[in-house]
Design a binder for this molecule. Structure first.
Ligand SMILES: NC(=O)c1ccc[n+]([C@@H]2O[C@H](COP(=O)([O-])OP(=O)(O)OC[C@H]3O[C@@H](n4cnc5c(N)ncnc54)[C@H](OP(=O)(O)O)[C@@H]3O)[C@@H](O)[C@H]2O)c1
Length: 333
């Protein structure tokens, strides 16, 4: 017997996994090559203030770096202050922009979100761009926050819903201004408004993520309606598959295992993942577009089922308003 495999099946067992890896590798190269680019080299943001949630890692970190490189004052709303402070130092060092600041924000907590907004409202004279980016994915179990919300929904949707509402008055005063909501292409066509926190069962790591990202799109759509003609544009977007920490923090077979294995080969880089966010935050042409969904720096039809569902957008808005207990002084629409 030699060292070489004999027979068809033996060769197949050696070659198939190798071919599969080569195929995945090539698909990744093509995917990254086709990724949309903001192409805004000449756009400056001096004198503008950008607030971004979840900027201690991944897409948020690279978006913050880009905004700082254009001269904007950048405020990073983050839950892990030591980690965010290192990122802010790194952004200051790489861009030469000293106006990069960290503020405490845990979007899964209504108290933390209210404290963050009150601090921003007390300290800042303007907000030109608000980027709602913080996110988690793939929680194995249905755990509740101290406010009684399912964690993924609290982090990805409810906190951001409250935050955008509280800062809307300042965004209006700073007009023309923009809100960018980082969603995903992991979307549902519809959802049960009376079961937003999965009280009636049917919880799953992927389902809760998809529902929270669908709420981002519906929230964007309704907010765009409510602010139309008032100098604030609101758009949501999908960054694509991006190689970030989100998969290391995730559980579940689909997100935590399958994607964690594939994303290093298939995913965009963090800088590439930030391109559509940057495009919506800074491009001249996107300053006049509101209520749309973007992918690869273009309007996309991926979220059309949700964007056309006026009634569902209203219902999710009303349910969210009740659940976060939006106060009269926090309403600016
Ligand atoms: N990566 C992808 O393929 C992909 C695809 C579609 C959509 N997205 C979306 O893109 C956004 C950014 O994700 P990413 O891939 O860049 O992930 P990431 O590298 O894990 O970054 C997520 C950021 O959100 C922060 N965060 C998480 N929970 C938070 C909370 N309760 N309060 C405040 N900040 C919180 C994280 O803080 P820590 O550093 O403290 O963890 C981190 O700064 C998310 O909304 C995600 O759903 C990502």
């Amino acid at each position: 017997m030699g060292i070489w495999p004999t027979g068809y099946l033996t060769w197949a067992t050696v070659i198939s996994p190798a071919l599969l890896m080569v195929l995945v590798y090539i698909l990744g190269i093509v995917y990254r090559w086709k990724a949309g680019r903001a192409n805004l080299n000449s756009v400056r943001m001096d004198g503008k203030t950008v607030v971004i949630t979840g900027a201690s890692a991944g897409i948020g970190k690279e978006t913050a770096r880009d905004m700082a490189s254009r001269g904007a004052k950048v405020i990073l709303g983050c839950r892990n202050i030591p980690k965010a402070t290192k990122v802010a130092d790194d952004i200051r060092n790489t861009t030469g922009n000293e106006k990069v600041f960290v503020r405490q924000l845990d979007t899964s907590s209504l108290t933390s979100t209210r404290n963050f907004c009150n601090q921003i409202l007390a300290e800042e004279k303007r907000i030109d761009v608000l980027i709602l980016n913080a996110g988690i994915a793939g929680l194995d179990e249905r755990n509740l926050t101290s406010d009684g919300f399912e964690y993924t929904m609290a982090t990805n949707h409810f906190g951001h819903f409250l935050l955008a509402n509280m800062l809307l008055g300042l965004l209006k005063k700073s007009r023309p201004s923009r809100i960018v909501i980082v969603s995903s292409d992991s979307l549902l066509d519809t959802l049960s408004v009376d079961n937003l926190n999965f009280e009636k069962g049917e919880f799953g790591p992927y389902k809760s993520y998809c529902q929270s990202k669908s709420c981002n799109v519906l929230f964007c759509r309704r907010l765009a309606e409510l602010t139309r003609g008032e100098g604030v544009v609101v758009n949501s977007m999908n960054p694509g598959l991006v190689y970030t920490e989100i998969f290391d923090k995730a559980g579940g077979i689909f997100i935590g295992l399958f994607f964690r294995l594939l994303v290093p080969f298939l995913g965009k880089t963090e800088v590439q993942g930030a391109q559509t966010v940057v495009y919506l935050a800074a491009a001249e042409e996107t300053g006049a577009i509101t209520g749309k969904f973007f992918e690869d720096c273009k309007i996309s039809s991926t979220a059309d089922a949700l964007l056309k569902n006026d009634e569902l957008a209203k219902q999710v808005w009303e349910a969210s308003e009740t659940l976060v207990g939006l106060q009269p002084n926090e309403k600016h629409y």
